[in-house]
Design a protein around this ligand. Structure first.
Ligand code: EPU
Length: 421
């Protein structure tokens, strides 16, 4: 297992090119199951989760070839309708094949994902929605099986907006007989990106990006080309890294309008931010100031930026309150940040972060993807060496992170764990 070593304290300066969004690429790849034509997807980030989705599609019998950031996919026939436990346990987003398999092939058997480091993450709303479309759902020996000769459109209300749930239901409804209305749908840009791709392939979807999505089912989808949108969380992570090092960084190839809540909070924290059409430049003319943050579904502040913001606030003047409302226990980074000298108190779903003068490098353990990103942000500003273990979490969602940070001037390197040089 690799680890990442950072010698903190270096000001980050320069341009960083933002990769395609992992959380868009995953549903887009899964959606190729919905039709037999060739799909060419570009700006696909080469991160482990995307490779895992490719592997899963391969097991199902879909032809996938990756070349750099381009994937060519052909889902003419299928060999299996089962997503096995061994893959699903490594990536919860595997559940995204449930809707497409069921809608196109009449059945799907998907392992239930099990525990997660950021809290209980049930898929009850995915299942309730599919049942509303007429699927017969059963759970046996850790697997959920869904069957339906052909799904029928219906009215679905989601108790809570769910990103992958909305994606699963939108994909399933695309091939259903009749019209589906999805209420209290999630509004994340990744949902709009998926809808855009499905529409290019013949789906009839209206309202993606609002909380009511209407899908008129069609018999089949054809192939299509698509460029994945930029990763707003990756962009936010580099901007947080720029802020904590008082740097001057421009995130290029990104969409500032997907980042509004994050940019507003960074401004409140003292950053000066210039937004162009597809880039954001951050400088830090003032001292870092404490600011309160509350995570919410889009367009609110993303839970996927909470750990990076907590790291940033730990060096800000004053006290900040960071409230997590999306996941029940997404605070695994806190103990690790404390080991670096951060003054953070956990009170239920809130962090009370009292800014301190400095952080010091320490060996720390990554527990999930965004927790790792928070530790990287902290390590970049800490005195001495931060040694981040279990880097495989980071590799799930950040493309060439040490290379990109290195270009910005960070002292960062990767080595096999246990190596002494
Ligand atoms: N929820 C339910 N029942 C369901 C589905 C969700 O109660 O059937 C609850 C969850 O427990 C949670 C809330 O609804 O409290 C929202 O969860 P959501 O379903 O929206 O999360 P997700 O679809 O599993 C996606 C991203 C996550 C991101 C969340 C929130 C993908 C592949 N994953 O997860 O990304 O944190 O939305 O924005 O899109 C990451 O990239 O590190 C990551 C975890």
């Amino acid at each position: 297992m690799d680890e990442i070593l950072i010698n903190g304290g270096k000001r980050l300066c320069g341009d960083v090119r933002i990769s395609g969004a992992k959380n868009s690429a995953l549903p887009i790849l899964a959606s190729t199951i919905l039709g037999g034509g060739e799909c060419i997807i570009t700006n696909v980030p080469r991160v482990v989760d995307v490779l895992t989705m490719g592997k899963l599609l391969g097991i199902l019998g879909v032809k996938v070839s990756h070349e750099g950031n381009r994937a060519v996919i052909h889902a003419g026939t299928i060999e299996s309708t089962e997503a096995p436990y061994d893959l699903v346990k490594t990536m919860r987003a595997s559940v995204l094949v449930l809707g497409p398999l069921l809608a196109r092939w009449g059945e799907a058997k998907v392992s239930l994902p099990g525990g997660c480091a950021i809290g209980s993450r049930p898929i009850n709303l995915h299942l309730a929605g599919l049942a509303k479309l007429g699927a017969d759902i059963s759970i046996d020996q850790g697997y959920v099986t869904a069957k339906a000769a052909r799904l029928k459109g219906g009215r679905i209300y989601c108790d809570t907006p769910t990103v992958t749930g909305t994606e699963n239901l939108m994909m399933a409804a695309s091939l259903a007989e009749g019209t589906t209305v999805l209420e209290n749908a999630a509004k994340e840009p990744e949902i709009v990106d998926l809808a855009d791709f499905l529409v290019k392939r013949g789906a009839r979807i209206h309202g993606a990006g609002t909380d009511v999505i209407t899908v008129e089912g069609v018999r089949e989808l054809h192939g299509g080309d698509h460029e994945v949108i930029p990763d707003r969380i990756e962009a936010g992570t580099y901007l947080a890294a720029a802020a904590i090092t008082r740097g001057d960084v421009t995130a290029t190839h990104c969409r500032p309008n997907h980042l509004e809540a994050v940019l507003m909070k960074l401004r409140e924290a003292g950053a000066e931010i210039q937004e162009e059409k597809d880039s954001v430049r951050l400088t830090m003319p003032k001292n870092l100031r404490g600011t309160d943050v509350r995570t919410l579904p889009f367009p609110g502040f993303p839970t996927d930026m909470q750990a990076q913001m907590a790291a940033l606030m730990s060096l800000a003047e004053g006290t900040s309150v960071v409230t997590e409302t999306v996941f029940e226990s997404r605070f695994m980074h806190v103990e690790e940040l404390r080991r670096m000298g951060a003054d953070i108190r956990v009170e239920g779903n809130r962090l009370v972060v009292t800014g301190c003068k400095k952080l010091t490098g320490a060996p720390v353990m990554a527990s999930d993807l965004r927790a790792s990103a928070g530790l990287i942000v902290a390590g970049l500003a800490a005195e001495g060496t931060t040694q981040i273990q279990r880097v495989y979490h980071l590799d799930r969602g950040y493309e060439r992170i040490e290379e990109k940070l290195g270009v910005l001037g960070a002292y960062i390197r990767r080595r096999p764990a246990g190596a002494s040089h």
